[in-house]
Design a protein around this ligand. Structure first.
Ligand code: SFD
Ligand code: AMP
Length: 610
């Protein structure tokens, strides 16, 4: 193959320069003054990841300096929202450091809204503060750029390298440049995976010409999970996919509306409906329905039930709040700075929320670990807080030595959001630097064979296409290859129908999951025959393979947990109740990298905060 190979040897490699990755690069430089810190990023860190388009709020800020909240309050909040279960050590650790990250953002030029009465950051809700955040991402990227020795943009990282002198130790990563086609080899002593969550695993509501639109970034391809899974890292809570209440068709977030504009929902006939589902929900989840605030999944549950009962669509009542010109401006700006397509959808469908109450919907499920959900890798907590089962040497290190995670990559840390993900990057980097120092110059051994084998695997889809293309004269259907888009639609369909997507009202059961897993396994074989027409499609091919691995993990976890813990996210039809007696625990999986077999186990939930 006439493909150029570019080598880079470094101490700390950051995979993905989103919120977690930029935080990691910044902090790695602080603790590792003399270390070589490199970022490998699929897009361009200036506008990459979930914050590419900007955000209108920082959803995780304690405000401890003003006595607003303490870290333990945030642990209670996240635990409550996740139906009793988070990794409290990781959550507390993030919460005690997040304010300092937010203060840095302000120092670096991010414009914050301030209360005219108190001069403090303007609160959207108890945890959220409001920003003019269109340029949030370039601002944090700038800090990372000043910290890293080198930033490789346009590198799709496909696999981690493993050290061959010691079992279960990472040795770097490989990928390719999506523009030049060069093969990139990063040999590193520590790797921090911060490659984000996953959209387009389940069939989206927006299909056909609308398929580029999802709530979570369409380019979030589950790489954070797939890279870890391929390396044999343990995962946790992968069943805990998230479904979001969103404005219809543009997927505009609702937080600023509910919390700041104080808008509320009603059914198609103008009636409040949440309270009418109280008894139904109580029969499924018991006293969790009495918790405040009502857990996100249970709010979804009432919404889904009301629509199933034939009283949809559900509307957001905006016509009252929008009479106030200031709130009207906030309502529009919220989308112009974060989800422009929602404003465009309203304009194109003649919806002026001042006069018409817009429709809401529940989204397809996403897999990510930083919103109201816990999916991700099973990571060590910090030394001073974590019980024995949660601590193995280095904060945020996965169960593979030298492999760290941040943001969506880390399991058990719900409600971290953008600021908490950046903070986790900082925590992971501090620990990764210590890990490298503790190696005391010990070298990592990655053989040429490992590298050459991966090179062949990575570029195979280009060959599949070039050779298979000769068999057809026109169209897109070939007897010997699948295009990435065809594979994606096949994956989304299986996940949707068997693993609890929108077309089955988020319902699944053991039989459906078993069959779904069989179909996903067959797909794994089929995806050996993905054909990539060009480098962009090669990236799509690897995104698809990463999505498949993430999906297999979700399906395995969903089958393992025999209860309905989060009604409104998904339902196990064969176990329709929450079962605290048997399932007040975290779920763990490990895929054997040699055999591809999955092993599942339970892990205890420790409540370290009252
Ligand atoms: O309103 C590879 N989020 C919100 N957070 C907030 O604080 N406030 C909000 O208002 C939020 N809302 C919101 C949010 C996200 C989106 C899309 C919308 C609205 C429309 C959530 C945060 O954005 C999220 O929590 C963090 O961004 C998570 O951080 P991190 O680092 O885990 O993921 P990332 O930022 O997406 O970065 C991932 C990076 O990895 C790159 N990448 N690089 C190399 N190789 C590969 N194979 C790669 N695969 C991916 C990506 O390009 C990216 O740079 S609201 O809805 O609540
Ligand atoms: P969203 O815009 O839905 O992503 O939410 C942004 C923030 O507001 C998150 O911290 C949510 O948990 C929170 N939030 C959204 N809707 C509500 C609600 N109805 N009640 C309480 N918190 C909410």
């Amino acid at each position: 193959m006439g493909i150029k190979t570019v080598y880079e040897d470094c101490d700390v490699l950051v995979v993905g320069g989103g919120m977690g990755g930029t935080g990691a690069a910044y902090e790695a430089r602080y603790w590792g003054r003399d270390m070589k810190v490199v970022i490998a990023e699929k897009a361009n860190i200036d506008r990459s990841g979930a914050v590419a388009q900007g955000l209108y709020a920082i959803n995780c800020y304690m405000g401890t300096q003003w006595g607003e909240n303490n870290p333990e309050d945030h642990v209670r909040y996240a635990r409550n929202d996740l139906m009793g279960m988070v990794r409290e050590d990781l959550a507390f650790d993030m919460a005690r450091h997040v304010d300092s990250a937010v203060h840095k953002f302000e120092e670096w030029g991010l414009p914050f809204m301030k209360s005219t009465e108190t001069g403090r950051y303007l609160r959207e809700g108890k945890w959220q503060i409001m920003i003019h955040g269109e340029s949030y991402k370039p601002i944090v990227a700038n800090a990372a750029r000043k910290s890293a020795d080198k930033i490789y943009n346009r590198i799709m990282v496909t696999h981690l390298l493993m050290d061959e002198s010691r079992d279960n130790r990472v040795g770097g990563a490989v990928g390719f440049n999506c523009r030049t086609g060069d093969f990139h080899v990063f040999r590193a002593k520590a790797v921090i995976v911060a490659a984000g969550g996953a959209s387009h695993i389940f069939k989206p509501r927006s299909v056909g010409e609308g398929m580029g639109r999802t709530w979570y970034a369409p380019w979030s391809s589950g790489s954070a999970y797939a890279l870890a899974i391929q390396a044999g890292a343990k995962m946790t809570q992968m069943e805990n996919r998230i479904v979001l209440c969103r404005f219809k068709d543009g997927y505009g977030p609702v937080g600023a509306y509910f919390l700041h504009l104080k808008t509320y929902t009603q059914n198609a006939y103008g009636n409040e409906y949440e309270s009418t589902w109280y008894d139904d929900t109580k029969s499924m989840v018991g006293e969790y329905i009495d918790h405040h605030p009502t857990p996100t999944c249970l709010r979804n549950h009432a919404f889904i039930q009301e629509v199933k009962a034939g009283r949809g669509p559900i509307h957001m009542v905006t016509t009252e709040a929008f009479q106030d010109p200031h709130l009207e401006e906030v309502g529009w700006e919220n989308f112009l700075g974060m989800t422009v397509s929602q404003a465009v959808v309203w304009a194109s469908q003649d919806i002026d929320p001042k006069y018409i109450n817009p429709e809401l919907t529940t989204s397809e499920p996403y897999v990510m670990g930083s919103h109201a959900t816990c999916s991700g890798a099973w990571c060590s907590g910090p030394e001073d807080l974590s019980p024995e089962e949660y601590f193995w040497g280095y904060n945020r290190m996965m169960t593979v030595d030298g492999l760290f995670g941040a943001g969506d990559a880390v399991g058990g840390t719900a409600h971290a959001f953008s600021s908490g993900s950046f903070t986790e990057g900082r925590l992971a980097a501090k620990a990764a630097v210590k890990y490298v120092k503790d190696l005391m110059g010990e070298t990592i051994n990655v053989t040429d064979k490992q590298i050459e084998d991966l090179k062949e695997t990575i570029f195979q889809p280009l060959d599949n296409y070039t050779i298979g293309r000769n068999e057809i004269v026109g169209g897109t259907v070939s007897p010997s290859y699948l295009l990435p888009i065809q594979g994606l639609q096949r994956l989304e369909k299986v996940m949707d129908e068997y693993v609890g997507g929108i077309s089955v009202n988020y319902m699944t059961n053991d039989k459906l999951l078993e069959r779904g897993i069989e179909l996903l396994d067959t797909m794994e074989e089929d995806f050996e025959h993905i054909g990539a027409e060009d480098l962009h499609q090669l990236m799509r091919a690897w995104e698809l393979k990463h999505r498949l691995l993430s999906s297999q993990s979700v399906a395995q976890h969903t089958l393992f947990r025999e209860e309905t813990r989060w009604p409104g996210y998904y339902y196990r039809g064969d176990h329709m109740k929450l079962d605290d007696e048997n399932w007040h625990c975290l779920t763990l999986s490990r895929r054997d990298p040699e055999t591809g077999d999955w092993a599942m186990e339970k892990a205890p939930v420790y409540h370290i905060v009252d």
